[in-house]
Design a protein around this ligand. Structure first.
Ligand SMILES: [Zn+2]
Length: 394
């Protein structure tokens, strides 16, 4: 199993300065490489590949020993690879006929991560193992930085990244071969319906509501973003508001993650089998941006829904649920959600009239009445069990 860990760094002020320089130099390298590709394409129609840019690195480092030459060759290569990935995605979008969006120059504040692709190469996790109490990570050009390790690392450290969030620095480890920690069987199975009012509703009738504090932060974020549009570019006040927007985004992300972790953990503890809808979340959010032939079709109608989808954080939740289920040895099944919200869970009668309101379900055939999300969750569970029986029989 693969897993990632994120810890706060307790950098000294000297190390924090070095980390900021390291990030800034990587940002400039990214922008210079982008400029290079851009010019070559505009002037000669030539496309430059990662291999050439990586070969140029040696000279860039040699010419600038006190600058670019201070950092790890591998983390710089990872930065160039990141640009390469952005270009590939750009060409894929062109090919697919969608609005392409040329890769952008990264302004200060829009480049927050440096990655070292291999532990031991320009970086070292647990660099002072003989230290009795503290854990350190060594980064080339920065030194041994103390880590606030609030939980142990399991498995083998593969990549190490440093990330700036506001004025905090974090180290993110990606580990391979993390052993699973199976939970005892409960003999219970559940279907889950995902929505906006409740992030998750189970077939047992439990509602895990989207937390209010998340909505409150989202509201403050919206107000602050509006204030931002009224501030003059380059002004001191604008910079302050930009920092506040970034901090609020960070807060929303943390709150959503926390909540998704707790909700997923609760489900995984209670059920051996969890069935969820196979939601095309990326497609649903993508269609609002339109295509070249039909720019921004349905944008107004879709924007509200997309917003709520993103706010509800289904994608984040499902990703976390999948990780936890794998680690705990639980079974997760995705089913096609078609009809699950309109079909009666008792008699199977399917009609859109069954859905009285967003929250109420009342079958026009047998009179079965239930909370609409619970009714859907029961259908989802049934569909999952049927899929499993079919695959066992095959
Ligand atoms: Zn019915």
């Amino acid at each position: 199993m693969r897993r990632s860990y994120k810890y706060l760094l307790r950098a000294t002020s000297k190390q924090a300065t070095a980390l900021a320089q390291c990030l800034e130099d990587h940002r400039q390298l990214y922008n210079a490489a982008l400029e290079h590709r851009h010019t070559a394409y505009a002037k000669a129609g030539a496309s430059i590949r990662y291999g050439e840019q990586s070969a140029d690195l040696k000279h860039i480092r040699g010419d600038d020993p006190g600058g670019q030459g201070r950092w790890s060759f591998s983390s710089q290569q990872a930065t160039l690879r990141r640009l390469d990935k952005a270009f590939r995605a750009f060409f894929d979008r062109v090919k697919a006929g969608r609005i392409p969006g040329f890769p952008r120059f990264k302004g200060r504040g829009w480049f927050d991560t440096v990655e070292w692709p291999k532990d031991g190469d320009g970086c070292r996790w647990d660099s002072q193992p003989e230290h009795p109490a503290a854990t350190y990570v060594r980064l080339r050009g920065v030194g041994h930085v103390r880590v606030h390790q609030h939980r142990p690392v399991k498995g083998r450290v593969k990549t190490i990244a440093v990330k700036r969030e506001g004025n905090r620095w974090y180290v993110v480890l990606s580990c391979d071969d993390v052993p699973a920690e199976p939970l005892p069987a409960t003999g219970a199975a559940a279907g889950i319906d995902m929505g906006v009012a409740s992030l998750v509703t189970t077939s047992d009738g439990e509602h895990l509501a989207n937390p209010r504090h998340l909505a409150a932060t989202a509201e403050r974020l919206e107000t602050t973003q509006r204030a931002l549009s009224r501030k003059k570019r380059g002004s001191k006040r604008r910079r302050k508001v930009v920092a506040r927007v970034a901090a609020l985004h960070g807060k929303v992300r943390r709150q959503r993650l926390d909540y998704a972790h707790n909700a997923a953990l609760a489900l995984v503890r209670d059920y051996d089998l969890i069935v969820h809808e196979d939601l095309p979340i990326t497609n649903m959010t993508r269609s609002a941006s339109g295509t070249i032939e039909a720019p921004g079709r349905n944008v107004a109608a879709k924007a509200g829904l997309n917003r709520s989808i993103l706010d509800a954080g289904w994608g984040v939740f499902l990703t976390i649920l999948a990780h936890k289920a794998e680690s705990a040895g639980r079974e997760l099944i995705a089913v096609n959600p078609a009809g699950t919200s309109r079909t009666c869970a008792r008699c199977g009668h399917c009609a859109k009239e069954n859905r009285v309101t967003q929250a109420e379900f009342a079958c026009t055939a047998c009179g079965h009445a239930a909370h609409a999300d619970v009714n859907a969750a029961v259908n989802i569970l049934r569909a999952g069990l049927a899929l499993r029986r079919a695959s066992e029989a095959a």
